[in-house]
Write a protein of this length. Structure first.
Length: 256
């Protein structure tokens, strides 16, 4: 085990020649983990051969960016011709990590947890990356998302599964029975009348399913929240819109 300080990392990065392009967002994610004390020694190594950094540029850049000192495994004397064999495997996803912990429907669970947290932290209209460790922490923060997965079924044609599950969870915090009925009505479309907010939402989403230019998932979620709020207020409506552009864009709607 070797301690790597920001000065050590800076020195090692001077040997970073001919490496793959830097993914700045990945560096930022690693740096955030380090600052939060979530960095763990997982067996991944930083590889050097004396004149060249073979593997580890993103971790070293994160050390510099975070200003943190980390413990890691360092392998020196690696032949330069092994460079092309590094990082060719599939990265473990957040869903993979949850599966190892014994969770089910883990891809759906991981993506729904992220949508819920983006809403709860006011970042629905922003891009946000989460590490696997952060997603595990989200499950402890929002354990009820597990139950919401059981209340929703596959419906990618109308609504992204992550959005549907996240909305059920958020709506259920206000009224669990009404949240489940909302989902049943939206997916099934039975016994809905014109003017019912869920009817209007479903018609809008069906048109979107047939359109070439699809609505973004955050826009769809905004429409779902609006439909939920209108139904809660017993409103009859004719259309649903979410104004994103122009001189006076709307803020993301809040679940009532």
């Amino acid at each position: 085990m070797t301690k790597i300080t920001p000065a050590d990392a800076q020195r090692m990065l001077q040997l970073n020649t001919g490496n793959r392009p830097v993914n700045k967002s990945h560096v930022a994610v690693l740096a955030r983990e380090m600052k939060l004390g979530q960095w763990k020694v997982n067996g991944d190594t930083i590889c050097m051969n004396g004149t060249r950094l073979i593997d580890g540029q993103h971790r070293l850049m994160a050390v510099v960016e975070s200003g943190c000192t980390i413990q890691t495994l360092l392998v020196e004397g690696v032949d330069s011709d092994v460079f092309h064999t590094k990082d060719v495997g599939r990265r473990r996803s957040a869903g993979d990590t949850l599966a190892i912990l014994g969770e089910v429907q883990t891809r759906k669970l991981a993506s729904a947890l992220i949508v819920v947290d983006r809403y709860m932290t006011g970042r629905m209209m922003q891009r946000a990356r989460y590490t696997n460790t952060e997603v595990v922490d989200l499950l402890a923060k929002y354990p009820g998302v597990r139950e919401s997965i059981g209340k929703t079924r596959e419906t990618k044609r109308l609504v992204p599964n992550s959005v549907l599950t996240a909305c059920h969870y958020l709506f259920a915090q206000k009224d669990a029975d009404a949240a489940s009925q909302f989902v049943v009505d939206l997916i099934g479309g039975h016994n809905l009348t014109e003017g019912d907010p869920v009817y209007v939402l479903r018609e809008r989403l069906m048109k979107n399913a047939l359109a070439k230019a699809k609505l973004q998932s955050c826009y769809i979620m905004a429409l779902m929240v609006k439909a939920w709020n209108h139904r809660r207020d017993d409103n009859t409506i004719r259309n649903l819109r979410f104004r994103q552009d122009g001189s006076n864009p709307e803020t993301f709607p809040v679940v009532k």
